[in-house]
Structures are given as structure tokens and as C-alpha cells.
Design a binder for this molecule. Structure first.
Ligand SMILES: Cc1ncc(C[n+]2csc(CCOP(=O)(O)OP(=O)(O)O)c2C)c(N)n1
Length: 410
């Protein structure tokens, strides 16, 4: 033993940096079909191995393998592919709109489209999702009108949120999409409370909580796990591990030599680590967790292993902190390409259909943007009335806000 050796602080570092390729062996990718599928009434400690494994269905050739291959209608899978494609097209289009100064800010979900899409299709429409800013695929899968979303992004006269929120911070109650907040992790704990309320009322709806790998370092994550475990809340606890939180690698949020799924097991929660770029695995694991929740069997934590393929936001430049070709080397690939390959392989899709769908969705997004722009863009000043700025701070406007509004002469 080196008794007198000076102590050192360990600061985790990614293996890859600009100009130096990432070594992705840290992901411990297992083959498709290898992970076992326990019964839904499994006790949480018995999921320990699954919290360190990787549930996968689609292999590299697009075959669906193993016990997690879901019972799913072909039409639902095709709808899933379309929703993923729509998400990506919408993201690309809005990125351009931000560069053209029509909107002030945008966040893409490139590479993560399967997670929200497949879970939305596995849930009921009245189950409430508590998303972060990177689950627009939930909205796409639930067919929320694109015009409403674009009006929010443009903060124009038809913005459902009246220009009060940063672009992307949608709120679509009737589509089971809880108001996004910029404060990381807060919604994770609130989702647990919503699930508890559903149980207190004797309802049948469940909640779906969302958080990124970085935000798991917030205290609300741990508090959420404690409450979910103690009250056996009907909630799916989704951790999207896309490897990065802006410029910080997931190891600095606690992912080194362990998994985020393992955190659930330690708190007495059934936990799975799943290939987040595998639409069929996402659907199957989400269904499994929803059946547990609906059957009063308790919460499930699912770590979705994926990769944030784009910049963190329109304000970020990833070339400063990670290799430019990182996504191309990521072992779990592209969720859209993988599902496309699977569907073509079973004769349920074709290159032609893909191309036609791509064109039709591009036209749909363009038409929605054109319509939304009629109500104003950031550039032309068609915004909600300034008087609306004072509304909804409280249910009834207090005297001091009334006075402030009068001081503006409106
Ligand atoms: C409480 C709080 N702290 C810091 C921030 C600034 N911030 C915004 S996004 C982000 C990174 C979050 O990363 P992660 O949770 O991994 O999600 P991802 O962006 O990768 O989807 C940070 C630090 C914030 N919005 N709220």
C-alpha cells in the first residue's frame, strides 16, 4: 500500500475529443435478442442484471429477435416510422428558420426520435407525459397540429402560449404533453406526483416522466425515485442517456463504470437499460412498464441509450468538445435507418414509399410553416398583445399588476 501517496481527485473525461475518435466500448452493447424479458410482476431487485444489460430487438440486418420483439400491429410500426421522419424533417426545417432569424432559438432531437415516438404509441392518449425540451417526437406521434407548434416557436399572434415562453417550451394538455419548464429535472418529480394523484383518485391513467442523463444529477431526480418507490406510483421514469449534457460527457453526471438504470434498482424500482435507437425495443419496454404501472405493480425506470447527434441547441457548437464524426461511429446507429431497414426486410415498406413519405412530410411541414408565418415571425413584430403579459400570473389579476399594466398605457 502507498500510505503516503498524495490524494488525487478523479475528474472523468470522455475518451474522444475533437480530432480523437471516441472508444464506445464503455457502452457494453449486447447482441439483439440477448436480454431476458421477465414477467411484469418481477420484483425490483430481480431486474439488477437488466439494469446493466441492453435490451435490443433489431439486429444489424434489421431482423427482430428475442423475447422483447413486441406484439405490435404493422400499421402502428409504419405510423411510428412516419412520426420519426416527421420529427426529423420538422427539426431540420426549424433549424433553418432559426438561422433565418424567424425564430430566436431551437433544439433538435436528431438521433433520439425513436424514444418519444415509440413510447407515445405504447401509451394511451390520456396518459400524461412530463417531457424535457427534447421529446418533440411525442407531439409528432400524437399528431399535434404543426401550425400551433410553429406559432409557439415564432412567438406570434397565434402562439398558444402568448409569447411568454422560450421557443420549444411547448404545452399541449389535450395531447397529454405537460408544460415544459426550462428548469431541469423539476418535471420528473412532478410526474411522480401526477401519477400519485391518479392513484389517489382511483383513476386508470399513468404518468410518463422524462429526464436527460445530465439532469439526473439534480436533486429532483433522486426525490422522484424516492416518492415513486415509497408510494408505488404509476409512472414510467424515462432517463434519456444521449451521452452528453451540452459539453459535459455523461460520466460527469455519474455514468462512469455504472449505468443510470442501476440507480433505479438501488432505490427499489424495477429498471431496464434499453437501446433507445431501436423502435421495437422502445415500444416493447414502454409497454412492459406501462402494464406494470397500470397493474399497480409500481414504477419502472428505463435508461434509453442513445446519442445526441446534433448540437445541444442553436446556441451550441459541438465541434469544440467532441469528435465531428462521433454519431457515425456510435454503435447503435440511426433509429430511422434501422426501422426502415426492418420494414423493408419484412416487405412492409419500400425505398419508393420512403421517398414518397419524405416528400409528403416535407410538404406538410412547409405548408404549416407558411400558414404560421401569416400570423407573424420574430422578424416582423406580429406578437401577442403587451396587455397579455400581465395575465395568468395569478388566476385573478392583483391590484399592483393592474397598475403596472396601466403604466404601460394599455
Ligand atoms: C436547473 C438548471 N440548471 C442548468 C440549466 C442549463 N442547462 C440547460 S440544458 C442543460 C443540459 C442538460 O443535459 P441533459 O439532461 O443530459 O439533457 P440533453 O440536453 O442532453 O437532452 C443545462 C445544464 C437549466 N436549464 N436548469
Amino acid at each position: 500500500m502507498h500510505q503516503n501517496e498524495p490524494l488525487r481527485l478523479h475528474v472523468p473525461e470522455p475518451t474522444g475529443r475533437p480530432g480523437h475518435a471516441t472508444d464506445f466500448s464503455y457502452l457494453h452493447v449486447s447482441p439483439a435478442g440477448a436480454a431476458r424479458r421477465p414477467p411484469i410482476d418481477v420484483s425490483p431487485p430481480e431486474t439488477s442484471d437488466l439494469a446493466f444489460a441492453l435490451v435490443r430487438v433489431l439486429d444489424d440486418d434489421g431482423n427482430a429477435l428475442g423475447p422483447w420483439a413486441p406484439q405490435i400491429e404493422l400499421e402502428t410500426v409504419r405510423a411510428g416510422l412516419r412520426a420519426m421522419m416527421k420529427t426529423r424533417i420538422f427539426d431540420a426545417r426549424m433549424l433553418v428558420a432559426q438561422r433565418q432569424k424567424k425564430i430566436s432559438f431551437y433544439m433538435q432531437s436528431l438521433g433520439e426520435e425513436a424514444i418519444g415516438t415509440a413510447q407515445a404509441l405504447a401509451l394511451n392518449i390520456d396518459d400524461m407525459c412530463f417531457p424535457t425540451y427534447r421529446q418533440q417526437s411525442l407531439l409528432m406521434a400524437r399528431d399535434v397540429p404543426l401550425v400551433d407548434l410553429i406559432c409557439q416557436l415564432m412567438s406570434n399572434e397565434h402562439d398558444p402560449l402568448k409569447g411568454r415562453q422560450l421557443p420549444v417550451m411547448y404545452s399541449v394538455r389535450k395531447a397529454g404533453f405537460f408544460s415544459i419548464s426550462g428548469n431541469l429535472a423539476t418535471q420528473f418529480l412532478q410526474a411522480v406526483g401526477w401519477g400519485m394523484a391518479s392513484a389517489i383518485k382511483g383513476d386508470t391513467k399513468i404518468a410518463s416522466a422524462w429526464i436527460g442523463d445530465g439532469a439526473t444529477a439534480e436533486a429532483d431526480f433522486d426525490t422522484g425515485l424516492t416518492f415513486a418507490h415509497v408510494y408505488r406510483a404509476p409512472v414510467i421514469l424515462n432517463v434519456v442517456n444521449n451521452q452528453w449534457a451540452i459539453s459535459t460527457f455523461q460520466t460527469i453526471a455519474g455514468g462512469e463504470n455504472t449505468t443510470f438504470a442501476a440507480r433505479g434498482v438501488g432505490c427499489g424500482i424495477a429498471s431496464l437499460r434499453v437501446d433507445g435507437n431501436d423502435f421495437l425495443a422502445v415500444y416493447a419496454a414502454s409497454k412492459w412498464a406501462s402494464e406494470r404501472a397500470r397493474g399497480n405493480l409500481g414504477p419502472t425506470l428505463i435508461e434509453w441509450v442513445t446519442y445526441r447527434a446534433g448540437p445541444h441547441s442553436t446556441s451550441d457548437d459541438p465541434s469544440k468538445y467532441r469528435p465531428a464524426d462521433d454519431w457515425a461511429r456510435f454503435p447503435l446507429g440511426d433509429p430511422i435507418a434501422r426501422l426502415k431497414q426492418h420494414l423493408i426486410g419484412i416487405g412492409a415498406w419500400s425505398e419508393q414509399e420512403h421517398e414518397d413519405t419524405q416528400k409528403a412530410l416535407e410538404a406538410q411541414v412547409m405548408a404549416a410553416q407558411k400558414e404560421a408565418e401569416q400570423y407573424g415571425t420574430l422578424a416582423n413584430g406580429h406578437i401577442s398583445s403587451a396587455a397579455a403579459m400581465f395575465e395568468d400570473v395569478y388566476k385573478d389579476m392583483p391590484e399592483h399588476l393592474r397598475r403596472q399594466r396601466q403604466q404601460l398605457g394599455i
